[in-house]
Design a protein around this ligand. Structure first.
Ligand SMILES: [Zn+2]
Ligand SMILES: [Zn+2]
Ligand SMILES: [Zn+2]
Length: 159
């Protein structure tokens, strides 16, 4: 398989594929096969490496890549489920809306609503804070862009 990085790298090596990292590499080496069912943050060669990979989707169990290819924290989104993948994501953004237009754009995929999220996610968001008054304009610019792209792109073959 084709991997980024030269043969002269002198950093730690990947336990999965034995690729050596550059000498400047800090921390652990995690092997990432790509963004899986996550919203794609950046198209990069597969596989690639990061310090850690993201947890699988709480809902479908699908792989969610790593912070390099699929974002992380509050911006990590499963496009198969139209679900935020971390408690911070639900806390910052609220559940994804299921308007007729947005569900149609997602080819019929209905996003899980507040009560369907795991308890630790709901705790992070806070009681009674459903998406009724969610205002995307209050998000940070990168999160707002991801949110809007996510709404438009969910279900369009990213899985
Ligand atoms: Zn590897
Ligand atoms: Zn999922
Ligand atoms: Zn990755």
């Amino acid at each position: 398989m084709k991997l980024a990085g030269g043969k002269n790298n002198r950093g730690p090596s990947c336990a999965v594929c034995q690729e050596r990292m550059p000498a400047s590499w800090q921390g652990a080496v995690a092997h990432c096969d790509g963004p899986g069912v996550a919203w794609v943050m950046r198209q990069i060669e597969k596989p690639h490496h990061a310090e850690q990979i993201n947890p699988v989707c709480w809902r479908c169990g699908g792989k969610l890549g790593c912070p390099r290819c699929a974002s992380s924290g509050a911006a990590l989104l499963c496009v198969r489920c139209a679900a935020w993948a971390t408690p911070e994501g639900l806390a910052a953004n609220g559940p994804i809306l299921n308007s007729a237009v947005s569900v149609a754009k997602r080819h019929g995929v209905a996003a899980p609503q507040f009560v369907e999220y795991p308890e630790e996610f709901r705790r992070a968001r806070g009681a009674g804070q459903d998406n009724v008054d969610f205002d995307p304009s209050k998000l940070s610019a990168p999160a707002r862009r991801l949110y809007q792209l996510g709404l438009a792109g969910i279900g369009n073959g990213a899985a």
